[in-house]
Design a protein around this ligand. Structure first.
Ligand code: NAD
Length: 708
């Protein structure tokens, strides 16, 4: 795990080489091996100084999440994180100079090892990343990161790395002051050795272990940092609503730990870490953000017997908002993209969308002009279906109209290669129905992208009744090729993400119609950790759109249509009041000339306030449980699996990761408590809160969607 060498000049080299894992990680075994190597170097009188480096491409990637995931108690947490922290303190105070020769990416525990060393030298490679990203998984740097970084570069400079998990390249780390030198990669070890050979007794003493240490930028209780803590603490609350324990725990580590000596500070850090590592919030984040998303990205469920499909050329039919984004994303991934519309101008307009995005990147120096040219050159605008020959995949993104889709399907299939796949990006029309016009429905699949395509990471792969497993497998290959995270969803109206997410705006409109104060509804959505309050969100994608979907459902279902509790609110907003949403500058909000907005005062007259208002928690419960319940129905109906349901909720509509996802919320609350709440809500508010039998069974048996 640690390659140990020492030479005639008294320089020992400890080189990380955790061969049984894809990357060097800190776990019980590797930490023990490292500690043994540190002790050996310290105890060997022939060793004068020590280089810590890596025998692999990366330096050290951080803590082993397999280990952290299993932590149940504070004792287990101390046992997991304590030895690393203690070993690094031993290294730091052992009286011999240690230099980190950082040859590759050093994140989390990796950077913490380097911070414990007496000097940090990094190879000059902009691809190397340095940072402490623990916070993004609900954790904190527990190997001294919260204590050493502020003592090294000051509290103000350290906080963005700790609280936001900022990662930077070597040059920026040098500028920030937590790296001492950036040198050509082939001189890295040589420079580390040169520093050690020139080192004296002082070189092995950290500033904070020396007499008269002055905290850079001031200690926590001096005026500057005090002000800073007020501001940062307030900003944090505004951003996380107090739902995410990790940034708060980090702030506490810095505030408390930097007022005492570093050994006490390190103990504070261990305790805060134990609090996080045992919390449901952190377990939820690790499970969904790391494991579930990792599995989805690796295509863990892909049918194995289908050969992998290589993509080089695809076609996009319809160069509107979605088609334009699709063409750009495809070209960016190195694919040739035929972009077809009814006129060449329309297709060119779609191509210009990607050009505009790249122009901005070129202007900021983030993209080389040649790269922009090369990407654009891969987009081939046309009106000619003959161009579809040679494409492995054709995605239609034409108007949401069955007749238009039917026509392009027929024309495309007549021109496509026999083994090519046809995909529809429809957002509302079931795939099985669209595939009825197909001459090869086994090769017909739904690829439901989200807008804007280049930003939204999720791709719903929709399996129609006749879609073959081979087609699903190849659709997954395509998702991976363009770096989207796929979830596989069985065909149903609205598919999974829009169906479950839709409950959030619907429940909000229902409450508005009942006379719940709209400000209360908005605040409850915000406090629940949703990315946007519900009424503001409806305005963004337009009330009109939901109204249109309702009218379509009415037309499709005829007499069988059952009036929904939110319908009358949409009818009033769109048909009577002509307030379709943001694009018309009038919806639930009014939009002010200065760019601001406020809830439309007329709402009070249209939807008079009920005499008795619910508590904010009651409103929040309705908004959040409605989404989870619909997700549970989707799982019960076999539309989507639990893992994909949670991944889809985080990536598709920004469901709070602290809950682990729409189903994660049910596990977090406990199925029994969730069902009890839904039964109460069903009695009070109607059958939409009725629980599917499978969930009731889960509650009865004390089960969970995801094993604890
Ligand atoms: P859009 O109106 O912006 O674009 C549609 C494009 O299709 C237009 O450029 C139009 O000229 C072209 N077109 C129409 N008929 C055509 C034909 N016969 N042949 C070739 N091109 C034709 O629509 P959009 O918002 O990009 O949506 C496209 C599809 O994607 C719809 O099915 C929609 O439901 C779906 N979708 C949209 C979103 C969204 O947020 N807008 C999200 C997911 C999926």
């Amino acid at each position: 795990m640690i390659d140990y060498t020492s030479d005639a000049e008294g320089i020992a080299t400890l080189s990380w080489n955790v061969a049984d894992r894809p990357m060097n990680v800190l776990n019980a075994d590797s930490t023990a091996a490292f500690d043994a190597a540190v002790r050996r170097a310290l105890e060997d009188p022939a060793v004068k100084g020590v280089i810590v480096t890596s025998s692999r491409k990366d330096f050290v990637a951080g803590g082993d999440l397999d280990l952290i995931r299993r932590i149940r108690t504070a004792e287990e947490s101390f046992a997991a994180s304590g030895p690393v922290s203690a070993s690094l303190r031993r290294l730091e105070t052992g009286g011999k100079p240690f230099v980190a020769a950082i040859n590759g990416t050093a994140l989390g525990g990796g950077l913490e090892i380097a911070l414990a060393c007496h000097r940090r030298i990094v190879a000059d490679d902009p691809k190397i990343q340095l940072g402490l990203p623990e916070v993004t998984l609900g954790l904190l740097p527990a190997a001294g990161g919260t204590q050493r970084l502020p003592r090294l570069i000051g509290i103000k400079n350290a906080l963005p790395y700790l609280i936001e998990g900022r990662k930077v390249a070597p040059a920026a780390a040098l500028a920030a002051g937590f790296v001492d030198e950036v040198v050509p990669a082939d001189q890295l070890l040589e420079r580390a050795r040169a520093w050690l050979l020139a080192a004296d007794a002082q070189s092995a003493i950290k500033p904070w272990d020396a007499k008269g240490f002055k905290f850079p930028g001031g200690a926590p209780q001096t005026p500057g940092p005090t002000q800073l803590f007020f501001g940062v603490g307030g900003g944090l609350m505004a951003k996380t609503q107090g739902l995410y324990p990790a940034p708060e725990a980090i702030l506490a580590c810095v505030y408390d730990g930097c007022q005492v000596d570093i050994d006490t500070g390190l103990r504070i850090e261990q305790r805060q870490f134990a609090r996080l590592a045992t919390s449901p919030a952190t377990k939820n984040m690790i499970r969904t953000l790391f494991y579930a998303m990792g599995e989805a990205n690796r295509l863990a469920d892909r049918p194995r017997d289908v050969p992998r499909r290589a993509f080089s050329r695809i076609a996009v039919l319809g160069a509107g908002m979605m088609g334009a984004g699709l063409a750009y994303v495809g070209a960016q991934a190195g694919l040739d993209v035929v972009l077809l519309d009814t006129s060449l101008e329309a297709a060119e307009k779609g191509k210009a969308y990607g050009a505009k995005i790249m122009d901005a990147q070129v202007a900021k120096g983030r993209l080389a002009p040649e790269k922009r040219e090369a990407t654009l050159a891969r987009v081939h605008c046309t009106t000619d279906y003959a161009q579809l020959a040679g494409c492995q995949l054709v995605i239609e993104a034409v108007f949401e109209d069955r007749a238009v889709k039917a026509e392009v399907t027929r024309r495309a299939e007549a021109a496509m290669d026999a083994d090519a796949i046809f995909a529809s990006n429809t957002s509302t029309l079931p795939i099985t129905g669209l595939a009825e016009v197909s001459s090869r429905p086994a090769q017909f699949v739904g690829l439901h992208f989200f807008s804007p395509v280049e930003k939204m990471p999720l791709l719903e792969v929709i399996r129609g009744e006749q879609t073959s497993e081979a087609t699903i497998a190849q659709a997954l290959d395509f998702a991976q090729r363009i770096r989207k995270t796929p979830i596989v969803v069985n065909d149903c109206p609205a598919f999974y993400a829009n169906r479950a997410f839709g409950m959030y705006p619907y429940e909000a409109m229902t409450m508005l119609g009942e006379g719940v104060n709209p400000a209360l509804i908005e605040n409850a959505g915000r406090l629940a950790g949703m990315p946007m309050p519900p009424l503001a969100l409806i305005d963004e994608f337009s009330v009109e759109l939901l109204h249109k979907a309702m009218k379509q459902a009415r037309a499709d279902q005829g007499a069988a249509y059952r009036e929904q509790p939110q319908d009358h609110v949409m009818v009033r907003m769109v048909e009577r009041l002509d307030r379709p949403g943001r694009k018309a500058n009038k919806g639930f909000y009014e939009y002010l000339p200065d760019g601001g907005k406020r809830l439309w005062p007329g709402l009070a007259e249209q939807f008079p306030l009920a005499a008795e208002q619910p508590t904010v928690d009651a409103v929040r419960e309705r908004l959040m449980f409605a989404q989870s319940l619909e997700a549970a129905r989707c799982v019960a109906e076999g539309i989507v699996g639990p893992r994909d349901a949670d991944v889809g909720s985080l990536l598709g509509w920004g469901f709070p990761s602290v809950l682990g996802g729409a189903l994660g919320q049910i596990d977090t609350v406990g199925a029994a408590a969730f069902v009890e709440a839904c039964d109460r809500l069903a009695r009070l508010h109607g059958e939409r809160f009725e629980v599917p039998e499978a969930l009731r069974e889960l509650a009865r048996t004390g089960g969970r969607y995801h094993p604890a």
